[in-house]
Every structure is written in C-alpha cells, then in structure tokens.
Design a protein around this ligand. Structure first.
Ligand code: ZN
Length: 452
C-alpha cells in the first residue's frame, strides 16, 4: 500500500521546494509533487532533508567509546589507542558484535545517517581460527543492519600483514588476518548474508597499504570489478614515513601510481598529502572519506581541503571509531577545523554568497552515496531515506531554504531531528528509534561481560 508524506519545506535534488508531497512504494520514492495539497491520510511534517550516508564505520568500536581518554605513561597517539582497541576486541563473539552494531546503527539513524559503510575487519574467533561460516562476523553485521533498518554497504576487509614489506601479523591481529583465497571466500559469504537486506551493497576493502601487499592489491582488482573500493590511507605521519622508507613514495602517491584509482574508490582519511598528491587525488574522482570527530579524537591532523576542492575533489563523512555519532557535528567540525587553522570563516562554501551548511550537506550526500555505491537524495526512483527536522526547535524557527541547513548544522544538530524514514519505513519518531529500548538492553548485557 503506497503511503504519502507531506512536508512544508523539502530539500530535493535540485534545491528547496515548498508544500512537497512524497509518495512511497516498496521503499522507493514513486512520486514527488511540489506546491501540492496534503491528502487526508498524509503523514505531515515541517521540513525534510535527504538522509546522509555514513561512509566509514567500525561499529564494534562503539563499545569502547570514552575508554581511551586517560593519559598513559608516555605520549598518547593513534598507536596507543589501537592497543586499547585490540584488548577490547579480544573477547568479542558474533552475537556481541551484533548487539553493539545494532545500537550503533540505531544511534546513526537517530543522528540523521540512513546508510552506513561498514569497514569490517573482525573476521575470526578468539583464537584467530576461522568460523565454520567464514563470514559469520559479516553475518552479524548484516543482522544488525536488518534489526536497525539502516542501509548497509558492507566492506569486508583484507588484512594480511602488520606493516610495509609484508611484515608478519602480531598476535593481537590474529582475528583480522586472511590471505587472498580466504578473502575471496569471505566475500562470497558476505554477499550471501547481504542478500537478506533490501538494498545492500558489498564492496571490497584492502585495510591499508601497510596491511596488504602490492601483489594482493593486484589480485583484489580482479575481485573488485564494479564494486566500491575503500582503503585507509595516510592517516598518520608514521605511516607516511614507513611507506617512504619501504617504497620511496608517499602512500597516496604510491596508490595513484600503482592502482587504477577512479570514482569507485574511497580513500579514507588521506590526511597527510603533499599539494601534488592532493590535486592528483582530487582529479582521480576518488571520494575522500573524512571522519572529523575520530580524526580529532585520535590526533590525526586536518585534511587539505582547499587544494582538494580546487582540483574538483569529492568527499563524504564517516563516524569511523564511533566515539560520538552525530552527522551534523561531523560536518560542523569539518568546517571548524578549517576555520581554526586558517583564521577564516565559511571555508567549505563553494563560492561567494553560498551557504556553508548547504554545501557541506550536499557534498556529503553526493560523495557519501557515490562512495557507498548508491545515489542519494529525495527524487523519484531513489530509496526513501528521509530525515525530518522539528521547525519549532528554537534554532530553526522562522527559517526557510538554506538557512534551515545552516541552522541545523551549526546551531541545532541532532536535537532538531524529529523523524527518520529508511527505505520508506519510519524508524525514528521524536528523535527515538522504535527499537532503542530493546537495543540498549542487549548492548548493556554485552558490555557487562566485555568491560568486566
Ligand atoms: Zn577506520
């Protein structure tokens, strides 16, 4: 039975429109009428934005959010954070991953993210042995997506080595490790699990240049035909130095020289690049996977936005470590990082007179969707992934057009999110996901055993 939503203000693919009636059939937008009159059974709301894709997540890390904020005996860094993450992951079973990921996805939907790119590298049991179903952990991620209703682009990760030059993995990495044949089997299994979801996409993900050899990169190209390809790259200065010591080239430079990087690719972080690398990456069509909250939390550094945008670069945002899940805050922090270092305002706006909030939102929508192998937006034929805002929120009253997006991103944030529809299903009302209580109970039970 098709249903219709009616919005006083609606951000469509070609801009803002008033009095918009959106008819949904089988999860997709069947009709969009502007200047319309509401029908008697319409679900009526003040304002609609398209849901934003979250292009980079490690859902299980949500369980350790806030547990790595105590200063250690020496300088804390990404690498000391990673030790804590390895200890946390040590005891996790598939049902634990399912419960933690379900709550993380519930929180993402409540925060305005309607699809997640799950960069999934925890594959094996506690002893590093393969499960009878090699893709059991991927299956747990798919179940979490089904339970929460979020759109899933599953990115099973190939992780083989501890460092450049095929250094053997550490004991703490045993649960991630696969060779290329095992990876091909994992990919098949992941696809089998993902088929249970309405519009899942399965991509491929070499973990990083340090964890995958050049030979494996070439083998992956054969497996990745037509799929999204995601890789962590140039997040840390030490990683850049190690790459130079190994190959004489910097990571992004090496990748662009040795792989056919194009619009299917998402380069996650890409924080440390020269101007030439940044421009070349922008021209390649690859999407920059920016994770401003996590990059700030881990002390990674700031992405070189100006050169990248000048070269026509595309970007999207991801919640990565999930230390805090908030779409508006990712966008706000992306802009604020630039403002603080350049002592300037409205840096991410794409020209004079343009709205920063609207350009951030539009760029993250288009880039995020491209990176996750889908098309985003409110338009006929697309999945009905829609976020409604409460226009009676003090930060949003008397706004229209781009002032709504600016005020949402900079002044209101997730507290202004009212309802969220995903593939036509209304999952969030008054800011709460309909399975929130249940998801919190399961999550608490799992955390009790993992943190004890
Ligand atoms: Zn990551």
């Amino acid at each position: 039975m098709p249903g219709s939503l009616f919005f006083g203000h609606c951000l469509l693919t070609d801009g803002w429109a008033r009095e918009v009636r959106v008819t949904i059939a089988e999860g997709r937008i069947a009709e969009v009428e502007t200047g319309a009159t509401p029908g008697p059974g319409d679900d009526r709301h003040g304002c609609a934005l398209p849901g934003i894709p979250n292009l980079h997540s490690h859902a299980f890390q949500r369980g350790m959010a806030g547990l790595a904020e105590r200063r250690g005996p020496s300088n804390d860094s990404f690498w000391t954070w990673r030790e804590i993450m390895y200890r946390f992951v040590d005891r996790m079973a598939p049902e634990d991953v399912r419960a933690i990921a379900t709550l993380a996805y519930v929180e993402m939907l409540e925060a305005g993210f309607t699809r997640v790119g799950e960069f999934h590298y925890l594959h094996h049991d506690r002893n590093g042995q393969r499960f009878a179903d090699i893709a059991a952990m991927s299956g747990a991620v798919c179940e979490a997506a089904a339970d929460s209703g979020i759109g899933l682009t599953l990115l099973p990760v190939l992780y083989s080595y501890a460092g450049f030059g095929a250094r053997p993995p550490q004991t703490a990495q045993a649960r991630f490790i696969l060779d290329i044949d095992g990876y091909a089997r994992l990919l098949e299994g992941a696809q089998r699990h993902a088929r249970a979801l309405p519009d899942a996409v399965v991509g491929v993900a070499p973990h990083s240049l340090r964890a995958v050899s050049p030979e494996q990169q070439r083998d992956l190209a054969g497996l990745s035909r037509g799929r999204p390809v995601h890789i962590h790259i140039a997040e840390q200065v030490r990683e850049v130095e190690d790459c130079v010591a190994w190959s004489g080239r910097r990571p992004v430079e090496w990748l662009l020289d040795n792989a056919e990087v194009d619009g299917r690719w998402c380069l996650v972080h890409a924080t440390h690049m020269t101007k030439a690398e940044t421009a070349a990456m922008g021209r390649s069509g690859a999407v920059a996977g920016l994770c401003p909250i996590t990059e700030a939390n881990l002390g990674d550094g700031l992405f070189p936005v100006e050169t990248f945008l000048e070269a026509g670069g595309r970007y999207g945002v991801g919640s990565d470590s999930n230390v805090l899940i908030d779409c508006a805050e990712e966008l706000r922090l992306l802009e604020y990082g630039q403002r603080l270092t350049r002592r300037a305002r409205n840096v991410m706006a794409r020209g004079g007179g343009r709205s920063t909030g609207a350009d951030l939102y539009g760029d993250a929508l288009a880039g995020g969707a491209a990176a996750l192998g889908v098309t985003g937006g409110i338009a006929v034929g697309l999945s009905a992934d829609i976020v409604s805002l409460d226009l009676t929120h003090p930060a949003l009253v008397h706004r229209s057009g781009d002032a709504i997006t600016d005020s949402f991103v900079f002044a209101a944030g997730r507290s202004a999110i009212d309802c969220v529809w995903r593939h036509g299903d209304k999952l969030v009302s008054r800011g709460r996901h309909r399975i929130r209580d249940h998801a919190v109970r399961d999550y608490n039970r799992v955390l009790e055993t993992l943190i004890a």
